[in-house]
Design a protein around this ligand. Sequence first.
Ligand SMILES: Nc1ncnc2c1ncn2[C@@H]1O[C@H](COP(=O)(O)OP(=O)(O)OP(=O)(O)O)[C@@H](O)[C@H]1O
Length: 656
Amino acid sequence: MPLAIVIAATKSCRAEFHPKAWAGRIQSDRGADPLDKEDMKPSTATNPENGLSQILRLVLRELNLFYSRDVNGVCLLYDLLHSPWLQALLKVYDCLQGFKEKKLVPATTHAQTLSCEVVGILRETPKSPEIQELKQILQDPHFKALLSAHDTVAQKDFEPLLPPLPDNIPESEEAMRIVCLVKNQQPLGATIKRHEMTGDILVARVIHGGLAERSGLLYAGDKLVEVNGVSVEGLDPEQVIHILAMSRGTIMFKVVPVSAPPVNSQKMVYVRAMTEYWPQEDPTIPCMDAGLPFQKGDILQIVDQNDALWWQARKISDLGTCAGLIPSNHLLKRKQREFWWSQSYQPHTGLKSTISISMEEEDDMKIDEKCVEADEETFESEELSEDKEEFVGSGQKFFIAGFRRSMRLCRRKSHLGQMRSRLCGPSAPGAPYEEVVRYQRGPSDRHRLIVLVGPSGVGVNELRRQLIELNPKHFQSAVPHTTRSKKSYEMDGREYHYVSKEAFESLVYSHRMLEYGEYKGHLYGTSVDAVQTVLDEGKICVMDLEPQGIQVARTQELKPYVIFIKPSNMSCMKQSRKNAKIITDYFVDMKFKDEDLQEMEDLAQKMEAQFGQFFDHVIVNDNLQDACAQLLSAVQKAQEEPQWVPAPWVSSDSEC
Ligand SMILES: Nc1ncnc2c1ncn2[C@@H]1O[C@H](COP(=O)(O)OP(=O)(O)OP(=O)(O)O)[C@@H](O)[C@H]1O
């Protein structure tokens, strides 16, 4: 099994890596640059008119002539050359060129010594406020540090002093490579293993972005011969690690290079983690310290998939760091399956609380149903006035569909059903990683569907209503379907789409229902087409959904952006929900009890644990105004800024 060389390592490295070699490379790269030809001189510093940005101006002037004639491709080229970013880039390039050619020479390479001498002289001169101030400045630690940095640069003293290479390298060791690394606080970024047949100690893998990889001198497959002059022949990997851990300052490796260093030609892939992973809890990981922990929903950049079992990845929130080991798709799936089987055969003590909650809720429902008004018409009238479905905004009368009590209670019941089904056992694991790409909605593209998710009573509908009321011409709900008959004051397509049971079921069977459920013997649900209707009008469709409906909505056509509305802590909730009302089967709303708030918190935790990977954004609904402002900003970002979305939602030509 490979083991880690987790040592602190270097500021720089040497051996085959020599500054001159780099200089040569830079030289040849410059030689190949067409912009560096003689006719481009003199430089921008001496004559800014000849700089690249000036050349660009001339090209643009020429192109201008063709632009008006619309010759193929010219407009595109014109726009590209005219783009502010390119112009800015060229200006920066000009400045850098100018700086390079100024060939600045330091006035002194020993500013520190000079400063000490001045302080000595000042001590002997008569005191005056100016002399005191100058002395203070020269003795200030920051100023001293500045002079020290100046001298380091002026003396070109960049490299740490490395020990000389051994003189007595025998002829036969020509194929050896000697690598010197200087220890600092970074990990080396490589793991070692013992070859099963030969017993050789080999570099097992080199971590991307780590010191070993950046040195360009150590490769997976290199055979370790010596570490700091100690032969590793016959040693265990643990013993080698011990030598490394004990080393101070420079570490010198003698290696026999692998005949064909591996080339990583793989495309960089980005994935969303659909599960969590903790290397500390995984005894099978080749090197625990090299592991990358992640949580559901994290976006990972996969940089190396060469190993079928262990990939190398970075979190996009931390791209500057070196990569870490994560289980490959195949391995993580296997681990999930094993875990699932082990869970499935255990009694589900952990779900006990869910059972009791569900049973209590079910009982509550039964009592509620008994108390329900016999006259449905009265009940619905109450619903109409109470849910403020009509309002006047900017002098116009607006109707907001999708807030009806029956629809919401039906949704809640379907959620209970879902909780009950979970009692049969945890659901089988899905794919552990989902490939994602950056997606930026184009100006002519339809808006993304905004889905609000949250535990019952947290304020999903309140926030949705407030958002729509802010700008009803821009934000809208989808009109739900129902199989119940239309009331005298209702209009088909306004409160609901009234359809027959057969028509409703046909929508369900053809997968055109995002969610649906039954309430008092009638079916209620929201269809994909109802959402499409809103989107086709150029509006932003805002809907609330039970979390188990998210996966159904996650399609290329709707590209939903999912916002989780989360309760804040109990004490804040008690305070902010003093006058809030919970929606029940009674036609009078009830105040929140402590148990309701506790249940909301528990449910929120369960939702996050089970569906957190689908949440694009989380809003804590404490202060209503703040939450509403956050919602508005999140919705705007979802429509106007690039976001990570599943790769199949985007064809390659519209990626950004
Ligand atoms: N931040 C808040 N501060 C105070 N009261 C709030 C806040 N958010 C929501 N409320 C109130 O809480 C109550 C429940 O909110 P809402 O009806 O939006 O719940 P919900 O999440 O839609 O759940 P359900 O659909 O099960 O009713 C309402 O009276 C609402 O006005």
